[in-house]
Design a protein around this ligand. Sequence first.
Ligand SMILES: [Zn+2]
Ligand SMILES: [Zn+2]
Ligand SMILES: [Zn+2]
Length: 301
Amino acid sequence: MKSLPNWMQLKDGFIDFAELAMELIGRSEDDPKYLKFAAVNAQVALELFLKYYYSKNGKVVEIQKKKNGIPQEEFIEHSQILNHYYAERKWSYGVKRELVFMMEARNSILHRAQQTGWSSELATSVVRTLFFIHSTWYSDFGNCLFERSYGKPQPLSRNKVWQTGVDSFVHQLSDLHDMEIRTCLTCKHQAVVAGEFFGLEGAEGDEYLVCLNCFDSIDIEHEARLLDCHKCGEKAYLIDAFNEQEHQLYVGKCSECGEDSWVRACANCEIFFHPEEGESELYGKYFCSTDCSDMFKEKPM
Ligand SMILES: [Zn+2]
Ligand SMILES: [Zn+2]
Ligand SMILES: [Zn+2]
């Protein structure tokens, strides 16, 4: 007698297929024939993920076949699971039409040997399917498919297929939530959002700014600070708050206008400021204002 896989087996399955889909997207840029393999793998990842979703939530019975009302050791069709999923959600990280399109693409690849050439619609859908899995897994279960990149951007960050998918997913996110999209200082792509809307393994929480293209992330509470830019006025001046240079200076750059003059931390109140906007100097130390240098003078040494 066959039995249904448990959620752990389903989890291992969708992670494997999603990772392989990522790898194949990378290869598809040089050789378009890999796109169809990426699509099939992303679709299998999606099917396993939705089964995981119901199993992990303790609702597997909702997607089991029934005989005379008795649940069988068999899942209903993926198309039925998809309908069920969308019937009970007010909103989703994926558009149903697109996930249906992925399912149809998979069928025409496997059963009719179609979808063999390049299709930018299919390429975008493959990437967005992976983002759907990642974001749903993160928001509903607190787990991540994608990891934060440290120093080195993730391998697909320069891949055009990937970037197009990222752009469309970021737009969908900004339709769902009222949010700002910033330019990434690492990959220059306009795909940085606040951690409250998107998380990565290693960068989970509101204190992060996360790039959906290269997975670079900054913890703006602990690793960096955001300051109003003294050129364009936007609150987009990122400061590398961990690495003090000589004379209380820190490297900084505006992700809006590109201005990159260094900023200083006041020797009294420790707040970052743009020296161009005025500062005060005393005993070889720098201050954000004369109030601060006066206060410093009166402090007992
Ligand atoms: Zn980036
Ligand atoms: Zn600026
Ligand atoms: Zn100060």
